[in-house]
Design a protein around this ligand. Structure first.
Ligand code: DC
Length: 234
């Protein structure tokens, strides 16, 4: 393996189904490594929000392509986390509603949207020193990423985590229906035509079902640091 050719460090790709803990772990790992964190789900959510505001439906590919050319999506550090900016507007809260989540699931399956965001994501990560989290980072966006993780947990455990989150927000849902929704979302993400959720052949698998967040974080950090040493030696 050759030394990293990227200016700021390596590229770390984190893929996996929803509820596997990608967002929290990416944020924490980025902080430990001093890397930039790129939440690609937030980018798809931003497109969905802007499409909704512009009255563009999920199947209107030409309009979606046009919309994407006018969007500048970025991230800005904000204390422990980050803000999501679209053309300078802070959309961090607006993209997290249930309604935008549902629309995003459809919008993110459209080819013009994927193509536009693929170009943006490659540009954002080109210099390295970044962790990108999503569904197709290790397979499509950066198949040459130096470190790849595929993070998963059983559907029951992911459903349970989501259910606890919803309950804490005061939402009235049953555990069974939350698990059923997780399974449905997995099927949609795995079977869509463009860039489906798929494990890269060279990804390190981590099943977090029975692990604490700190245990997973330590394992990821050790893996990245070991890879950095290996690259330095060669
Ligand atoms: O990770 P998230 O829940 O914020 O993702 C929102 C939606 O975007 C979800 O339906 C999956 C989709 N997505 C995608 O298709 N490709 C990515 N790289 C990231 C997210």
């Amino acid at each position: 393996m050759s030394a990293p050719a990227r200016l700021n460090g390596v590229i770390v790709a984190i893929d996996g189904p929803s509820g596997a803990g990608k967002s929290s772990l990416t944020k924490l790992l980025a902080r430990r490594l001093g890397y930039i964190n790129i939440d690609t789900g937030a980018m798809f959510r931003s497109v969905a929000l802007m499409a909704r505001r512009a009255g563009i439906g999920c199947e209107q590919d030409a309009e979606l392509a046009e919309l994407c050319t006018g969007l500048k999506i970025g991230f800005e550090r904000d204390g422990e986390g980050y803000r999501v900016l679209v053309n300078g507007e802070d959309v961090s809260k607006a993209i997290r509603t249930e309604e935008i989540g549902i629309l995003t699931s459809c919008i993110s399956a459209r080819k013009p949207v994927r193509d536009a965001l693929l170009a943006m994501q490659r540009e954002m990560g080109a210099f390295g020193g970044v962790i990108l989290e999503g569904r197709d980072i290790g397979t499509v966006v950066f198949p040459d990423a130096e470190v790849k993780f595929f993070l998963s947990a059983s559907a029951e455990e992911r459903g349970r985590r989501r259910w606890l989150e919803l309950k804490a927000r005061g939402e009235e849902v049953t555990l069974e229906e939350t698990i059923a929704k997780v399974i449905l979302r997995d099927q949609q993400d795995e079977t869509r035509k463009h860039a489906p959720l798929k494990r890269a052949d060279d990804a390190v698998d981590i099943d977090s079902t029975n692990l604490s967040i700190d245990e997973v974080l330590d394992l990821m950090e050790r893996t990245v640091r070991a890879r950095l040493l290996e690259l330095e030696r060669n």
